[in-house]
Design a protein. Sequence first.
Length: 334
Amino acid sequence: MIKSDIYTYLALSVFLVGCGNDDEDKTLSGEDITNRFFENLSGDCQQYIGSFFSSVNDIKRSLLFTGQITISSSGDQCVIQSNSIPNHDFNDNTAAFANVVQEQGVNYSFSASPAIQGSSTALSIEMSEAILLNGVKLDLLAAACYGVGNEKTGCGQSQINNPWRYDPMSPLNSFGTDKHNAHVQPSGAYHYHGNPMAMFNQDCVGKQASPVIGFAADGFPIYGSCFTDGTTGVVRKATSSYELKVGPRLDDGAYTAPTVGGNVVSTNYDGQFRGDWQYTVALGDLDECNGMTLNGQYGYYITDTFPWVMNCFKGTPNSSFGRMSAARSHSHEP
């Protein structure tokens, strides 16, 4: 549940076979969150302090992994330390990972009292957008652009304004992700490109509002898809305010519009590229960053359409989420 007032701390020794690297005895302490649907809606990161673990499988490799995550506070910041192993099985038969999952050692800090800034901060290929409460990071951008490098790698920060960056969440692209919209970087880091398809109930009908499932680099919470509509009182999915542009793609400054062939499906704005979308104020529930303020709390929401989780930072992102773009330059299946 990850609710601070009901934490039950367990101390147990578990013999784990094939923990991704070798066989060993591991002593774990904390709360088991394996396949857990979280419940806490608080935007206060200090409400999630504790130690947690999970026991999950790399399905294709038939390997057992142990996820470990610790959430703590230090001054005016919250700190999440993790080995980047999720709280659910991964690498199912829908996946085509270019690299194998390996345990990591990550440490992210973010503001415990974030503030909305006068202007938003754009996403960067050199910065992870968020860390989820199961210890896995969110990397929305792919280092893959039309006509750059081999189109699977090489599209780094110098191309951040390129509208023809492939969207890993588009059904028109194949990024080798598993059913959790995740795959693996050369370092072995498992990471999400969108909805983790875990940690919250995907169906809003007759359900409660979605919990917090993570925190963005600026400290604002990330919620699942469902919220209680203040006008109707009905729990429903939050809707993005982005829509597809209409007609055939046009050149955008120095960036030539993609032509059909190879990985490109059509000449129309069909969502294959991030630049196919445009923001329309108040089209949906959410703002340009894919967030809204509800009951006094600003947060980002998982959506069924672009930008999927977030498209900018409303607050100031913490530098601990910074990373070299090379880490994202992993092979993507065509």
